[in-house]
Design a binder for this molecule. Structure first.
Ligand code: SF4
Length: 54
């Protein structure tokens, strides 16, 4: 089974002590304004929800 490792601790689905996403699947989307080829400019988790969002 696939694991989603993630260290985005401001996301409500993140388990920072395990470096894991707790969702069983996520959507990854391209970043709209990118064209640099640098990973952090091009790819983005679209399943992110702010930990303070209720
Ligand atoms: S939803 Fe995305 S940003 Fe949030 S923990 Fe999972 S992989 Fe990380």
């Amino acid at each position: 089974m696939q694991k989603i490792r993630c260290s985005v601790c401001s996301c409500m689905y993140n388990a920072p002590e395990e470096n894991l996403c707790t969702l069983k699947d996520i959507q990854v989307s391209p970043c709209p304004s990118a064209k640099t080829g640098t990973p952090e400019d091009e790819t983005c988790c679209a399943s992110y929800k702010d930990v303070n969002h209720h």
